[in-house]
Structure formats: structure tokens, C-alpha cells
Design a protein around this ligand. Structure first.
Ligand SMILES: [Zn+2]
Ligand SMILES: [Zn+2]
Length: 287
């Protein structure tokens, strides 16, 4: 039987044809991880640490903004009223529990990722490929989110599954994953559907996708509409103003990323009327 050249030279097979003396920063970073962990560990333990780290880094500034209320940012808060129910510690505990739940999901997701052809080799896909793929996954995940979330606003879905998430009537970044375990798992399935349908060439593509998804989820829960908010520049992107209205009214605006499902299904009528009223108010102020 012919031996693989890489085995004979002592270089791990996953290095492939990559020139170790000429790696980009992203490859050096991945090389460090791949040298120390198995494929299963990268998918589960490393991924869970990354997701937890990412969530903390992205949501912690919102905690401080809520506590210290800096006026130069607070003037952009969509709902000026304070939360009546202080659920921060309960929220943090639930967030930890939910994030721990991701671990068994990743163990179950590992064979799925392998089946769709995820590579753990040192040769990485281009950043263009990873980002474009994440956009497609986002469209797929948004459809899942819309219909599941809409079901969660039926009497049964709301009372038994979704109620916890709506304890925050004025959302703030760190509460984006504050939900019952059942809701967290069901909505989490949406993250696997895109890679399952359209393929995920590399574990790094999966991490980029997780990053895009987390940024979007936290962004739509910030409760602030800044002049520099992404939704001012990206057409069809919901952004904080769209989802904040959902938390305020408990009704309509069921999508979290794109506006088209609510528009096609007419579940954004209340929101559109409110936008019109806001616009008229602004015009009156100018006069
Ligand atoms: Zn929400
Ligand atoms: Zn809801």
C-alpha cells in the first residue's frame, strides 16, 4: 500500500499542500487550534468556548450602557422607559444554561457537519466564500425563525415556550438569547439548516456563520437606533427598530433579520402605521 507523502515527512495530513512558512494570520490562528485539538473537540469544546466568548464580548457593552446610561448614546434609545422587572441575574443564569445546551447540540451536529463535507484541513476557504455563504444561511435561518416565532405567538406557544423572552419589553443587547431552553433549542436548529442544505466547506466557515448570526441577534436586541445602525444602510435588514417594536407590542414583526416575511404575510401592518405616525410627528416638529 502506498504511503501518503505527508505521513512519511512527519507533517500531519490536515496540513495538505499549505506552505507552513507562508501562512496568513487566519491560517496561523487555525494552525494553532488544529495542532492541539481533534476534529470532534474543535466542533464541540472549541466552538462552545468561541460562541460563549463572542456572546460575552458582543453583549457586555450593552450591560454597561444600561447601567451607566451615557447620555451621548442614551438619546438614541428607542423606548425611554425603564424596565419594570429587573431580571438581570435571572437573565445571566438562563444565558449560561442556554449556552451549555449548545454543547450537546454540537455533539449531535458533528455527524451532520461531517456529512455535509466540513473540512478541518489547514487550507481555508476564501473570506468571500465564508461571508457569502453566511448571507445565504442567514436567509434560510430567517425563514425558520419567522415561522417558528410566529407559532410561538399562539396562546400555546407563548404561554409554554416564548413568554420568558418577552420579560424584556425594552430589549437590550445581552438579552437576545434570554429564552426558555425549549425556545433556544428549537430556534437554534435554524442555524444548522443552511449548512445542511447548501454545504459548509470548512469548520472556519461555520465559525464565521456563528459570528454573523450572533452579531445580527444582538444587534436587533440593542433597543437603540443610531444614525450609524446597519439597518439605515442595508435594504431589507430589520435591525433594532423592527424587533424593538415587537418587544414593545408583543405583536407582529416576527422576523429578526429580514423584513420580507412580515411584509409578504402582512404581519408588519401595526409597525408600518407606527412608522408613519413617527414620521408625521417629526415633520410637525420641523414646522
Ligand atoms: Zn427578541
Ligand atoms: Zn416574540
Amino acid at each position: 500500500m502506498a504511503l501518503n507523502n505527508n505521513h512519511t515527512s512527519g507533517v500531519p495530513e490536515w496540513v495538505g499542500n499549505v506552505d507552513l512558512n507562508n501562512m496568513g494570520l487566519d491560517q496561523q490562528f487555525y494552525y494553532l487550534i488544529r495542532s492541539n485539538f481533534s476534529e470532534l473537540e474543535i466542533t464541540t469544546t472549541v466552538s462552545i468556548f468561541y460562541i460563549f466568548f463572542l456572546y460575552t464580548i458582543l453583549s457586555l457593552p450593552w450591560y454597561f450602557i444600561k447601567v451607566f446610561k451615557p447620555s451621548f448614546l442614551y438619546k438614541y434609545k428607542l423606548q425611554q422607559k425603564e424596565e419594570e422587572k429587573q431580571t438581570d441575574w435571572g437573565c445571566i443564569l438562563q444565558l449560561v444554561i442556554n449556552h451549555l445546551l449548545i454543547l450537546p447540540m454540537l455533539y449531535m451536529g458533528y455527524p451532520v457537519l461531517k456529512w455535509v463535507g466540513v473540512s478541518y484541513d489547514l487550507a481555508l476557504p476564501s473570506w468571500w466564500d465564508m461571508l457569502a455563504r453566511s448571507m445565504i444561511f442567514l436567509v434560510v435561518e430567517d425563514a425558520w425563525f419567522y415561522w417558528v416565532h410566529r407559532f410561538m405567538h399562539t396562546d400555546f406557544g407563548y404561554n409554554y415556550i416564548h413568554k420568558i423572552h418577552h420579560e424584556y419589553q425594552t430589549p437590550i443587547g445581552y438579552c437576545s438569547s434570554y429564552a426558555s431552553c425549549v425556545e433556544f433549542i428549537i430556534l437554534g436548529i435554524g442555524s444548522f439548516i443552511g449548512p445542511f442544505l447548501f454545504g459548509c466547506p470548512h469548520i472556519m466557515s461555520w465559525w464565521v456563520w456563528m459570528t454573523v448570526r450572533q452579531i445580527e441577534a444582538i444587534d436587533c436586541h440593542t433597543g437603540f437606533h443610531f444614525p450609524w445602525s446597519l439597518c439605515n444602510f442595508l435594504p431589507f435588514y430589520c435591525g433594532p427598530i423592527h424587533h424593538d417594536h415587537h418587544h414593545k407590542t408583543y405583536n407582529g414583526n416576527y422576523a429578526s433579520t429580514f423584513t420580507w416575511w412580515d411584509w409578504m404575510c402582512g404581519t408588519d401592518k401595526g409597525y408600518r402605521l407606527w412608522l408613519e405616525k413617527q414620521k408625521k410627528k417629526q415633520e410637525k416638529k420641523v414646522e
